[in-house]
Design a protein around this ligand. Structure first.
Ligand SMILES: NC(=O)c1ccc[n+]([C@@H]2O[C@H](COP(=O)([O-])OP(=O)(O)OC[C@H]3O[C@@H](n4cnc5c(N)ncnc54)[C@H](O)[C@@H]3O)[C@@H](O)[C@H]2O)c1
Length: 309
C-alpha cells in the first residue's frame, strides 16, 4: 500500500488507474487540469477514503504535501483530435509537465512512471515494434507535437534516473480502448462504435488496410501496474499484439453492435502510420503479463458503455 500521485487522473486511462489503485488499497492524489478529461470519470471515487482530486496544470510547479511513494505521469492530450487542437499544450505537458513531475518524484524519493506511447516509433520501419527500435518520426509534421513530446519526456525521465537516481519506469502504451473514452475523441474505436450505434456511415480513412492493435483498458491497466511494481527500468511495450486492419475493425464493430451502417472511405490523415503492433516479449518475460480480453469482448463492453443512459 502506498500514496500515489496520478497526473491525468480525470482522463480515460488515468481514471481507470485511480480505480485500480484504490481497489488494491493504495491512496491516490489525482491531478488534472480537465483539458481533455472530466470529473465525470472520477466522480464515483470522491467519497472513497484515500482519494483526493486536485485541479492543477502540471506544466506549473507541482506541490503535494505529505509522503508520496509513486508519481504516475499520465497527463497529456492523447487522441489525434486533441493533440492537433492543442499542439503547444501537448508539447508543454510532455516537456515542462514531465520536468515538474520528475521534480516531485525526486523531492519525495518516489518511484516515477512516465506514460509514453507507441507513437515514439512513428511510422515504424520495424514490425512488430520492439523496445530497442528507435522509431521513424517526422519531427515537423502535425503529429510530431505528440510524438516528439513523448520522446523528449522519455529522454528527460532517463536523465533524472542517471543524474539524480530517480527510480523510473517507462510504459509505452499502444492503442487502448474501453469504457470512459470520449465518444468524440476521434480515435478509431470510439468513432466506429458511435457511428455504428447511431446508424451513421462508418468512416474508414484510406482503404482501411492500415493495421492497428487494440488493447482493452483492463488489460492495459493490469500491465501498467505490473510494470510500476516491478524492478525493471527502461521502456516496456504494453499493448495487445493481435493485429487487425482498420477495415476488419469496422466489420467487427458492425457485427458486435448489430448495426447496418455502411462503410465509407475518406482520405488518410498526414503521417498516419501504416502498421502498428507491439512486440510484448519483454513484458511477458519481466512482468509475466499478457492481454486476455478478446477484441469482440472488449468492443461489446465499450459499446454497452456508449449506449448507457
Ligand atoms: N489511450 C491510449 O490509447 C494511449 C496510447 C498511448 C499513450 N497514452 C498515454 O496515456 C496517457 C493518458 O491518455 P488518455 O487516453 O487517458 O487521454 P485523456 O485525454 O483521456 O487523458 C489525459 C488527461 O490529462 C489531462 N491533462 C492534459 N494536460 C494536462 C496538464 N497540463 N495538467 C494536468 N492535466 C492535464 C487531461 O485533462 C486528461 O484528463 C497520456 O499520457 C497518453 O499519452 C494513451
Amino acid at each position: 500500500m502506498g500514496r500515489i500521485v496520478v497526473t491525468g487522473g480525470a482522463g480515460f486511462v488515468g481514471s481507470h488507474i485511480c480505480e485500480a489503485l484504490l481497489q488494491r488499497g493504495d491512496e491516490v492524489v489525482a491531478v488534472d487540469n480537465l483539458l481533455t478529461g472530466s470529473v465525470d470519470n472520477i466522480a464515483h471515487l470522491f467519497g472513497e477514503p484515500g482519494f483526493v482530486f486536485v485541479e492543477h496544470d502540471v506544466t506549473n510547479f507541482v506541490h503535494v504535501s505529505g509522503p508520496v511513494d509513486a508519481v504516475m505521469h499520465f497527463a497529456s492530450p492523447a487522441s489525434p483530435v486533441d493533440y492537433l487542437e492543442h499542439p503547444i499544450k501537448t508539447l508543454k505537458v510532455g516537456s515542462l509537465g514531465t520536468h515538474k513531475t520528475l521534480g516531485l518524484a525526486k523531492d519525495k524519493g518516489a518511484r516515477y512512471m512516465l506514460a509514453s506511447t507507441s507513437e515514439v516509433y512513428g511510422d515504424p520501419q520495424v514490425h512488430p515494434q520492439t523496445e530497442d527500435y528507435w522509431g521513424h518520426v517526422n519531427p515537423i509534421g502535425p503529429r510530431g507535437v505528440y510524438d516528439e513530446a513523448k520522446r523528449f519526456a522519455e529522454a528527460m525521465t532517463m536523465a533524472y534516473h542517471r543524474s539524480h537516481g530517480v527510480d523510473v519506469r517507462i510504459v509505452r502504451i499502444f492503442n487502448t480502448y474501453g469504457p470512459k473514452m470520449r465518444p468524440n475523441d476521434g480515435r478509431v474505436v470510439s468513432n466506429f462504435l458511435v457511428q455504428a450505434l447511431a446508424g451513421k456511415p462508418i468512416t474508414v480513412y484510406g482503404d482501411g488496410s492500415q493495421t492497428r492493435s487494440f488493447c482493452y483498458v483492463d488489460d492495459e491497466v493490469r500491465g501498467i501496474l505490473a510494470l510500476l511494481d516491478s524492478e525493471y527500468v527502461g521502456p516496456v511495450n504494453i499493448g495487445n499484439p493481435n493485429e487487425f486492419t482498420v477495415l476488419e475493425l469496422a466489420r467487427k464493430v458492425l457485427e458486435v453492435t448489430g448495426s447496418s451502417s455502411e462503410i465509407v472511405y475518406e482520405p488518410l490523415p498526414v503521417d498516419d502510420p501504416t502498421q502498428r503492433k507491439p512486440d510484448i516479449t519483454l513484458a511477458r518475460r519481466v512482468l509475466g503479463w499478457e492481454p486476455t480480453v478478446a477484441l469482440e469482448e472488449g468492443l461489446r463492453s465499450t459499446a454497452a458503455w456508449f449506449s448507457r443512459d
